[in-house]
Ligand binder design. Structure first.
Ligand SMILES: Nc1nc2c(ncn2[C@@H]2O[C@H](COP(=O)(O)OP(=O)(O)OP(=O)(O)O)[C@@H](O)[C@H]2O)c(=O)[nH]1
Ligand SMILES: [Mg+2]
Length: 268
């Protein structure tokens, strides 16, 4: 059984920074973790790249040769990845052992996890290869200042959750930039009634019905939209987020069994 995080979220929400902080954290904890770049447009990395989609296809070549713009080019690259799951990805995954823990740093284009099946098929492939996968959705805490932005963030996260059908952890990133923690506290584990009344206050009365159904169907109906705050300056915060994710994919649960199975005779 392998373990994987699929790190998704809007452009600039802090996915790559999270991946590199997670890498350093695990290095300190002497825990093995491999970060995979799935962004065909990425150029600089703060973490050692274990697998790189740019070895398969890169955005500059696609834009130049096919005359596509950056977003169309990216969609083309990701569809190419989808076509190569059985060869490129399978070969790359063969380099990893049973217990390995992979973290996939995804591109930020929101269409990738809302209305094209690329990531979904990618995840299905990982599952077939015996990986336990968790969707890790990052949302920038700078957007948490008012209820309308919060709802739009929730809806984007929900659409990813529904599309990917994975265990899912929502993270509120960049907490170091939040000066008044009170401002975001209301949004971490939101009360549907509170959200509804806030929403009604900042929107015109004709939206009341829409607001009600958004909150009832989206936030309350799924009762899954809650956020874990992440402050990368604090090891304890990274540790907490990682523990939540590990729990979702049952990482570490069979550790006891493995120690018992271990045969000292095999050790040189
Ligand atoms: N203060 C602060 N800035 C952050 C944090 N995480 C990311 N940033 C900044 O936010 C910007 C975007 O961060 P990235 O990690 O590149 O975001 P991303 O989600 O990988 O972006 P794309 O790959 O382009 O979608 C960079 O300028 C980062 O330095 C954080 O925890 N705190
Ligand atoms: Mg990135």
């Amino acid at each position: 059984m392998g373990y994987a995080q699929l790190v998704i979220g809007p452009a600039g929400s802090g996915k790559s920074t999270y991946c590199s902080s997670l890498y350093r954290h695990c290095e300190t904890m002497q825990r093995s973790i491999h970060i995979v770049n799935l962004d065909p447009a990425a150029e600089n990395f703060d973490y050692p790249v274990a697998m790189d989609v740019r070895e398969l296809i890169n955005l500059d070549d696609v834009m130049e040769e096919l005359g596509l713009g950056p977003n169309g080019g990216l969609m083309y690259c990701m569809e190419h990845l989808e076509d190569n799951l059985d060869d490129w990805l399978t070969e790359e995954l063969d380099n990893y052992l049973d217990d390995d823990y992979l973290v996939f740093d995804c591109p930020g284009q929101i269409e990738l996890f809302s209305h094209v099946p690329v990531l979904r098929n990618f995840v299905e492939h990982l599952k077939r290869k015996n990986f336990n996968v968790c969707g890790v959705y990052l949302l920038d805490s700078q957007f948490m200042t008012d209820v309308t932005k919060f709802i739009s963030g929730c809806m984007a996260s929900l659409s990813a959750m529904i599309q990917l059908e994975l265990p899912h952890v929502n993270i509120l990133s960049k907490m170091d930039l939040v000066t008044n923690k009170r401002d975001v506290e209301d949004f971490l584990n939101p009360e549907p009634q509170f959200l509804l009344s806030e929403l009604n206050q900042c929107m015109a009365p004709q939206f009341a019905k829409l607001n009600k159904s958004l909150i009832e169907q989206g936030v309350d109906g799924f009762s899954m939209v809650s956020f874990v705050p992440l402050d990368l300056r604090k090891e304890s915060s990274i540790q907490y987020v990682l523990a939540q994710i590990d729990n979702c994919i049952q990482y570490g649960e069979d550790a006891d069994v493995k120690i018992k199975d271990f045969d000292p005779e095999d050790d040189d």
